[in-house]
Design a protein around this ligand. Sequence first.
Ligand SMILES: [Zn+2]
Length: 132
Amino acid sequence: MHELAICQALMSQVETIASERNASHVVSIVIGMGPLSGVEAQLLQHAYPVASAGTVAEGAELVIESLPVRIKCLQCGHESDAKPNKLVCSHCGDWRTTLISGDELMLMSIELEKASDDHDDGDGPEPGATIH
Ligand SMILES: [Zn+2]
């Protein structure tokens, strides 16, 4: 299942970030998705509880933001928003355009809950912190 694999890849990204920042729990995850990404937002929402079960993101809210489709005209160089099913230049109407964005699926932000520091407090810099 395509969406489950995507969700699992997303979870491993989230887990990496959460452990880097010493977070105990993920509150919410915001992903940006272009309409041309080939991923169904609804299927992703369905796959998400399965993929996140047992991870640091279990129970976190998944927010899917829809990203606009942007194209650049090869004739006049104009950049414009476009409909996913009609990639024509809004300036001159030419269909010879390239896609700037609209096919991506990316992690935009995550909200983390820090691990309670019930150990090592007031005892120098945080583990992993570097001072230049
Ligand atoms: Zn144009």
